[in-house]
Design a protein around this ligand. Sequence first.
Ligand code: ADP
Length: 487
Amino acid sequence: AKLLGLKDASLLRDAAYINGAWVPAQTKFDVVNPSTQAVLATVPNLAEPDAHAAIAAAQAAFPLWAAKTGKERANIMRRWFDLIISHADDLAAIMTAEQGKPLAEAKGEVIYGASFVEWFAEEAKRVAGDVMASTWSDKRMVVLRQPIGVCAAITPWNFPIAMITRKVAPAVAAGCSIVIKPAEQTPLSALAIAELAHRAGIPAGIINIITADAEQSVAVGKVLCDSSVVRHLSFTGSTPVGRILMRQSAPTVKKLALELGGHAPFIVFEDADIDAAVEGALLSKFRNSGQTCVCTNRFYAHASVYDEFVSKLAAGAQKIRVGDGFDAGVNQGPMIDAQAVAKVEEHVADAMAQGARLLAGGKPHSAGELFYEPTVLADVTASMLVMNEETFGPVAAVVKFTSEEEVIAAANNTDFGLASYFYSRDIGRVWRVAEKLEYGMVGINTGLISNEVAPFGGVKQSGLGREGSKYGMDEYLEMKYLCMGGI
Ligand code: ADP
């Protein structure tokens, strides 16, 4: 805590949080700063029995929480929101230390993460059932909406707070309890917001955090999937792991929300405002070092604006300041681990071998082991790895196209369907293209689309369900039909 200069040192927790108590453990694992490789803390490496204990705690706590009114839950959640906001600087410092993203970006995520708590606190008051027009004169037909029960969440490291609050806030607002297994790289952010939930008065057992390393995460995940007490599993992460969890959840026919990989296309039409497109492209590509599932992976620029777009994009990429997230003025931090860097290197090497033209970056950055230069590749073709796999790194690959039909077909030619982007000022084209893109989200003349009011999610193998928005609570509510006769 001293090292991070936290105002409130008790936000830095090194125990798991189960049934309202901080649970130490014999076996621990290191949390490492990806910028410096310094060990920040050691946290419990929990196992199957701890997962069972957390599920039992969530099960025991559920009935009382579910029985509260939406307004009572909303008031407690509002306190949690206020606490997150008032500790935003400390939460951002913890996040930058364990995840690497620049401090300003971390603070932005804290605010974004908090917005889900605020939004769903408000939505807690608006859960409404329904009364149907009966087809029987002596019967009445009513629909209740009730909390689904004990939930589980498995979350990734790229948004250490927001990916938790986006799941936990609607669950808790609906009256559910939840067991969270945060990413092994970023447990400290999860524990810090649990500390604030505790202070806000969210009762013991409603929110539980099980920390585990990569290997134990698999074992804990198995327990969460196998449990018939756990009625809902929400996962954000890679598509392969999503498939495993889906398979493991089949025996208990669990309700699933999956936010999986993306392979976002970003199309620049000939009628686009090129400077605006470049600005949107830089935001969509290089944010969080390219490590978000809505980051652009494939740029398509029309032949008539291609040269201008790629040269301006390269100029923009060269202006990005790479370094430690705590250093002032830095806008790109390290990658999360060596594997992430290796994937970027593989994609760049493959593209170069197949004839791509390097316009910016293209190699590891001198700031440290896990840093990679913001990279722009032109003359990219469909056979290159970067066009077929999610890079999850700071590499902008640009392809030239000539017709609207051709580029829509290319953009849709993937098993992924999360985010997509395009720039055009032709209103007819805007509607045509927006309707034809097979994606859950379409950014039109913008590279930044996520907020708590909008439904976030993908089609095809990018996942199931939507998070945030007025639809986000549906995941955590079951419908119950009452048929009332004898009237
Ligand atoms: P990434 O590639 O972004 O790290 P992963 O899908 O590997 O994404 O990991 C996302 C989350 O899923 C992390 O919390 C990780 O611990 C967890 N995880 C990975 N593999 C499994 C598994 N087999 N069972 C349960 N959880 C898993």
